[in-house]
Structure formats: C-alpha cells, structure tokens
Ligand binder design. Structure first.
Ligand code: MN
Length: 507
C-alpha cells in the first residue's frame, strides 16, 4: 500500500478483524502480500457492510490514504465473494501465506546435538507464530515467571513485535495483538486460562478479533496443564508448547506443536530460554543479535548443567561475563517478584539490556542485585539456625526447614527461592555428599536435591494414591519440585515423602 498512497486500488483479501469505532468500521484485511486496514463509513458508529463477516473473502475498492501515520484504504465498495471466486482467492492467499510463513534457513547460535534434533519442531512452532502475525491473529504468550521463562518469552516477544512492525503495524496494534503474561506456577493454571479466555472472548465480541493462538513457554508440558488445556479445547484455541520440563505424553493430544528436549534424548539442561531464543531467531532473524545473550542468562538462571550452557556463555563472553549473566538472572527474579502478574515489559527490557542504554542497564542491575542479595542474607540469617538435619537410609543428608514460621513471608525471597538458597549453602557445607533440602509450610513443601536420583512427579503420583485423604498434588522437574497437601495431613504427607526420598538411589 505504501507505494499506492493517493491512488485508487482494488484488491481481493480475507477479513481478519472487524472493529466498529465511533466513526467508521475498520476491516483488517489479509492477502498474500501482508495485512492492512480498510475504513468503511456509512454513518458515525454504524456498522458498514454488515453482510461481511470475520473470515469472509472480499473484493475491495478504495483510495489509499495516510491517517495518523497509518496507511489505510478508504473503502468505496466492498463485496463478499462467494462460490468459486471465494475459493480461488482463499486458496491463493492460503498458498502464499504458507510460503511466507516458512522460517528462514539459518544456523543455530551454537553447536548442539539436542537443538539440532529439535530443529524441525522449532521450525514448525516458528512457522505457526509467523503465520499468526501475517493473519492478524492475536497471540497470548504465557510463561513461567522466572529468569528462564522470562528470557524465553522476551526473545519471542522481540521477534514477534518487530515482525509486526515490519508488517506495518503501529506499536498500539502490535501490543494488543501480542500479550506476554507471566504465570506464577510452572504450569498453565485454571486462573490463567480463565483470564485469557475472558479477555479473548470479550475482544472477539467487542473488537471483532480472531480468537488467539496460545503459546506456553517454560510450562505447558505436564499433566498439571491438562485442566486448562481442556478448557482451551472447548473454545478450539490452538496451543503451542516450548518447554524443558519432563513431558507427559498426554499433553500432545491438546497442543498443535511441542518443542521439548526430552523428545529427542535431551533433558532440562537445554532450558526454555535457549529454546525460546532459537525459535525467536527463526520467527525473525533480524532480532538475532539483540537476543543472543538471553540463552546464557536462562542457562545460569535455571542452573543448567548441559554443555549448551557453556557454549552460550562463550558466545557472548566479550559482552557479558558469567557473573553478569547470574546478576541479570537474579535481577529478573527479584523484579518479577514485585511485578507479580504484570509483564513489566519496558523494565524487563532494561534488565535484559535490550534498549541499548548500557549505563542505565548497569545501574539498574547493580541496585536490584544489591537489594536482592540483602533480602536473601536477611532471610538466611533468620532461617539457617532452624534447619533440622537428619541422615536417610540411602546415606543422603536431609535438611528440613519450616519456611512458614522461620522465614519472612510475603517478601523476597519467596518460599521456593528461600529453600533453594538454604540448599545451596548446605551443599557447600557438605561437598561431594548427596543432599536433599525440604522447605515446607502448612500445606506445601519445596524440594531441592543434589546427588539423589529422584523422580518427583512420580513420587507425588504415588503419594497421592498411598496417602488417603492427603489431597496430594504437585510436580516439577525430576529432582527439583514442589508438593501440596491438606494442612491436617502434613505429618503423614511429609513422612511419606521423606520415606521415598530415603529409598532413592544416590550418586
Ligand atoms: Mn525453566
């Protein structure tokens, strides 16, 4: 359209959105070359061409104008195509969009067998996301609210927003078509899908938007996601998963694509941030340089022990040391704690140094790391004296801490991170020994371990069946996770859990 300003054009397209404003009706049109808006006016606030619906194939004529820096067609006539005409235009657009959505053939940032084997799955996901952008389909990106999940999601956010901008969308449009939302739990909670559906249905009704594509990153691959996935399925919402949690095969009945290192013989060491960055580069290679440090931040944030971690660190060694990556990861965790359910888009970009203001980035990281460490020290000074030590039958050390009464609540660090910090200190005090740390509250426990070959999701499933009336649920990674139970069954639940830990083989 940009080369046709001031001229009359006629084009065939499909209708991707119909929005009634207080003035004209705005139709978002998609054809093989891209998307754009067409404004049709009958009377202020009155729906023009009511016979044309979302998904219709149309023939439109009008003049190309520039309004507030946005190109649009001022419609003089619009007609819904039917029968063979509609089919012909539909097929032509379909073929062209499919070809355009095909990701670029670019090499990975690092050498990696696991990532190489995941390449077809990553290309599939990138293609679906590119296609959603070209078709003006809204995208909701849900991610775990930790450094790894944030890195994964922000990489894709950068790729998608800049692709939308290349397509001619203004920032407002880009931000209402793409939403990034952190989830506190490492799975898609009912609360999250309920909120997402609520907004999607309202936007569909009020702004004539398509129903969204849901992308789950650093969550989405376990049985715990099923209740939400079933809800999404009722409304036929397409879902994509990019995750490194140990997957349950059943989720693949509900999703249209799933990238997971466990599918190709890898493990959680290839973290969501690594996967997300490589997928983002396939979505839009132009952002590749800007996001190349995100996998290293994700790798240290999630304590990856895979060879990929060092390779991503080596890739950016000239710009960021390992300590700087750890600082960025800690700053992300700390800031996300205070952001709660907000995405903190611009703040997070500054923390990840995506806005080119290196001085501000350094000052911000400096302050956040200092504040986070002070809060952690404070917490440890209160908690560490209350840790109870015991030796399990398999020779592992078990350390227990009641984080409900021996830690500050509702502040940073939260119980999971508090237990992790305690665990790190105890591991350093017992080098080379198997160590399990159990931080518990009235109705939950957080598990951290080293050198003990546990399978937490399986232990949780067994306890659920063995302890009648325990109300036990939970999960996580194989050796790092959490468990919930009813308060009145805490003793029985913790004892059952500890018995299983004591039977697990040690390294
Ligand atoms: Mn992760």
């Amino acid at each position: 359209l940009s080369s046709q300003v001031g001229r009359s054009v006629t084009l065939e397209a499909s209708v991707a959105q119909i929005k009634q404003t207080s003035g004209p009706t705005i139709f978002t049109l998609v054809d093989e070359s891209g998307s754009g808006n067409a404004a049709a006016f009958i009377e202020a606030g009155v729906r023009a061409y009511p016979e044309i619906e979302l998904g219709s194939t149309v023939m439109v004529s009008g003049e190309v104008m520039r309004r507030q820096n946005q190109l649009q067609i001022e419609v003089s006539s619009m007609e819904a195509l039917t029968g063979e005409d509609a089919q012909r235009v539909h097929d032509r657009i379909e073929t062209a969009l499919d070809a355009r959505a095909e990701p670029a053939d670019i090499p990975l940032l690092i050498e990696s067998d696991v990532l190489d084997r995941l390449r077809p799955a990553m290309r599939k996901v990138a293609k679906m996301i590119r296609r959603a952008v070209f078709e003006a389909q809204p995208i909701i990106l849900r991610h775990h609210a930790d450094a790894d999940g944030i890195s994964a999601a922000v990489a894709v956010e950068q790729a998608v927003i800049s692709l939308m901008r290349q397509e001619g969308d203004d920032l407002d449009t880009a931000y209402y078509l793409f939403k990034r939302s952190p989830s506190k739990a490492p799975f898609y909670e009912i609360e999250d899908i309920t909120r997402d559906l609520d907004f999607a249905l309202k936007d569909h009704e009020r702004f004539g938007q398509k129903m969204p594509l849901i992308v789950l990153m650093d969550n989405g691959s376990t049985e715990e996601d099923l209740p939400s996935m079933k809800m999404a399925q009722i409304y036929s919402l397409p879902m994509i998963v990019v995750d490194h949690h140990h997957p349950d095969a059943i989720v693949d009945d509900y999703v249209i694509a799933h990238v997971n290192p466990y599918h190709v013989g890898g493990d959680f060491g290839v973290t969501a941030g690594m996967l997300g960055t490589e997928v983002a580069r396939l979505i839009n290679p132009e952002v590749s340089d800007a996001i190349r440090h995100l996998p290293a931040v994700a790798g240290v944030g999630d304590r990856s022990e895979a060879p990929e971690r060092q390779r991503y660190l080596d890739l950016i060694a000239e710009d960021y040391s390992e300590q700087e990556c750890k600082d960025i990861a800690l700053a992300l965790d700390y800031e996300q704690f205070w952001l709660r359910f907000n995405d903190g888009r611009e703040l997070i970009k500054d923390i990840l140094n995506l806005k080119g203001n290196r001085d501000l980035h350094k000052n911000l990281i400096g302050l956040l790391v200092e504040s986070a460490n002070a809060a952690i020290e404070e917490q440890m000074a209160a908690s560490m004296p209350h840790v109870v030590e015991e030796r399990l039958p398999n020779g592992a050390y078990l350390f227990r801490i009641d984080v409900e009464i021996f830690a500050h609540r509702f502040t940073f660090p939260p119980p999971g991170k508090t237990s992790g910090e305690i665990h790190d200190r105890l591991c350093r005090q017992h080098p080379g020994e198997p160590v399990v740390t159990l931080g518990f509250g009235p109705d939950f426990a957080v598990l951290r371990s080293r050198g003990v070959l546990m399978n937490i999701p399986r232990m949780v499933r067994e306890l659920h069946d063995e302890i009648t009336g325990g109300g036990i649920s939970g999960g996580g990674h194989l050796v790092v996770g959490s468990i919930k139970f009813v308060e009145g069954m805490r003793e029985a639940s913790l004892n059952g859990l500890i018995e299983k830990i004591g039977q697990a083989p040690v390294e």
